[in-house]
Design a protein around this ligand. Structure first.
Ligand code: N01
Length: 510
């Protein structure tokens, strides 16, 4: 699948893309289509796919229907089910990569270590695990869910059995007949728990906060549907459109009228009642915050699994991990052979932000630590010329397909590159005022959302309680706002201009 990892990097490339997941691949394909063939995609893993390559845990599947969770320019008539399992999504991404003919521009096993903007040369100086190069434009397509977050639990390093994160599943570990513990009850855990309960002798599920879980309307497509997807023009687009608008109906409930989520809340409560008979266990799995505040999860099997005799839901806080088990704050020690850590990802502290150094000589992480995570249109950042994000700050979704957001951002980047080429610009950088206005508007809208008012803490919020991950409006609004690059919001530096630094920037540099 991969290109030869030993192929040397060029000394210079126009556009350097970091990450070969859904986003990096989409950009590569659209760069090719736009005739911008001087680019390179660096991927630290050994294949395309990003999170879908990495998350191979038992039960891994998408909770957005596949018809929508796929590229608009590469529909897949062979989806076997309405919600595809991970392996099928990964095969889809690999196939699109292969058939689009872009893989010769991908370098696998290349990890970006450092990228510094050179204001004089007006280009990025990039150091990777396989050598250095320069680039006119740097695109971070590293995703929000790529760095597993390990819990800071006393003694976890001393655990004597097997221990692994959900995103780094150890397929050599045989759970058959073992005592297994899963820490976490998020989207990953509720897919894992029903699967491993089938083979484990005993399973402890450590819940810190109960999730809201609604039924999963998953089914295999019929032969007739699959025939139709292949042969009836427009049928797949019709499915896709129906799913898109169905999902968009959630937006008002998330964005400004949480009470509209009552039907989802009733569905979730019915899901509990259907899956669990014991009133005490029902009580312990019922969340105390507004539905939607954390990601709404979907499963038909999670609650029935918790109700099984060999499965225990542990809601006492974990005090420490010992070499042979887990001790909760009430003093109980539960013996464990295998510990599965399903505690999520570093989302608000993007690792790439620590590696990128902008015009002022500081890393993005340092600037964000001071001013808070912020970008202009989720794509560009003041102080960091010619740096673009795909899935940047405030572009995540709680209700629909990230692929839709990725395609919106890709269109924005492609149009920015076209503008730079046609107008002979060597650097573009969002004006501070534009970025501040964009984020002030976002945060004003956030005040009414269920994520901020719903009474929960979640990975959507940073340490200061600011929601820097989600998009608080309709996805079609985001698409409209990112349809075309907006040069008026940017400092534009023409080629061959002796003093490229605008007055405002000179002041900042002083
Ligand atoms: O991670 P999470 P995830 N002690 O952060 C708990 C996407 N995704 O990997 O809620 C004990 O949601 C934590 O508890 P609390 C999707 O966007 C998509 O499951 O913080 N527990 C929580 O229960 C999702 O949102 C699919 O109190 C600790 C859990 O660990 C995102 O990935 C499938 C703890 C973490 O849940 C992340 O999901 C899977 C501690 N010290 C994932 N620290 C699709 O289907 C954390 N927890 C597309």
């Amino acid at each position: 699948m991969t290109s030869a990892p030993s192929r040397p990097l060029p000394q210079h490339v126009h556009t350097f893309v970091v990450g070969a997941g859904f986003a990096g691949l989409a950009l590569a394909i659209k760069l090719d289509e736009a005739g911008e063939r001087n680019y390179l995609v660096a991927e630290r893993g050994d294949d395309v796919g990003g999170t879908w390559r990495d998350n191979t845990y038992p039960g891994a599947a998408c909770d957005v229907p596949s018809q929508l969770y796929s590229y608009s320019f590469a529909l897949n008539p062979t989806w076997s089910r309405s919600f595809s399992p991970q392996a099928e999504i990964q095969v889809y991404i690999q196939r699109v990569a292969r058939e689009s003919g872009v893989l010769d521009r991908f370098r696998f096993g290349v990890e970006v270590e450092h990228a510094q903007w050179d204001e004089e040369a007006r280009r990025w100086r990039i150091r990777t695990s396989r050598g250095s190069l320069t680039a006119d434009v740097l695109v971070a397509a590293t995703g929000a869910l790529s760095e597993p977050r390990l819990p800071d639990i006393d003694g976890i390093d001393s655990f004597g059995g097997e221990v692994f994160h959900s995103a780094q599943w150890d397929h050599d570990a045989d759970l058959t007949g073992k005592r297994v513990a899963v820490i976490g009850t998020g989207a990953s855990a509720i897919q894992i728990v029903p699967e491993i309960a089938q083979t484990a002798a005993h399973l402890d599920v450590y819940q810190r906060t109960a999730p809201w879980v609604i039924p999963r309307h998953d089914r295999a497509y019929t032969a007739l549907e699959r025939f139709g997807f292949r042969h009836i023009p427009g049928l797949q687009r019709l499915y896709r459109t129906a799913i898109y608008w169905g999902r968009e109906c959630y937006v008002p409930a998330f964005a400004f009228r949480p009470e509209l989520a009552l039907p989802a809340r009733l569905l979730a409560r019915a899901n509990i009642a259907r899956g669990i008979a014991d009133p005490e266990l029902r009580r312990r799995v019922t969340p105390s915050y507004a539905i939607g505040c954390k990601r709404i999860l979907i499963s038909n099997t999670y609650y029935p699994t918790l109700a099984q005799d060999h499965v225990d839901l542990v809601t006492d806080r974990i005090a420490k991990v010992t070499p042979s088990g887990i001790v909760t704050e009430d003093g109980t020690e539960r013996e464990v052979d295998v510990l599965v850590v399903a505690t999520g990802f570093n989302t608000t502290d993007m690792p790439i932000a620590h590696q990128v150094v902008g015009r002022r000589g500081t890393t993005l992480a340092q600037e964000w630590a001071e001013d808070g995570v912020a970008a202009y249109k989720g794509a560009t950042v003041h102080g960091f010329p010619n740096l673009f994000f795909l899935i940047g700050p405030n572009t995540g979704l709680g209700h629909s397909s990230m692929v839709f957001m990725i395609e919106s951002q890709v269109a924005y980047v492609i149009d920015a590159l076209r503008t730079m080429r046609e107008d002979d610009l060597v650097a573009v950088e969002p004006k501070r005022g534009e970025q501040e206005a964009w984020n002030a508007d976002l945060q004003r809208r956030m005040r009414r959302t269920v994520w901020n008012t719903g009474g929960c803490s979640s990975w959507y919020l940073d340490d200061h309680g600011r929601n820097v991950t989600l998009w608080p409006r309709a996805t079609f609004t985001f698409r409209r706002l990112t349809r075309a690059f907006d040069p008026g919001a940017y400092h534009l530096v023409p080629a061959h201009e002796p003093s490229p630094v605008p007055a405002e920037l000179q002041e900042l540099n002083a």
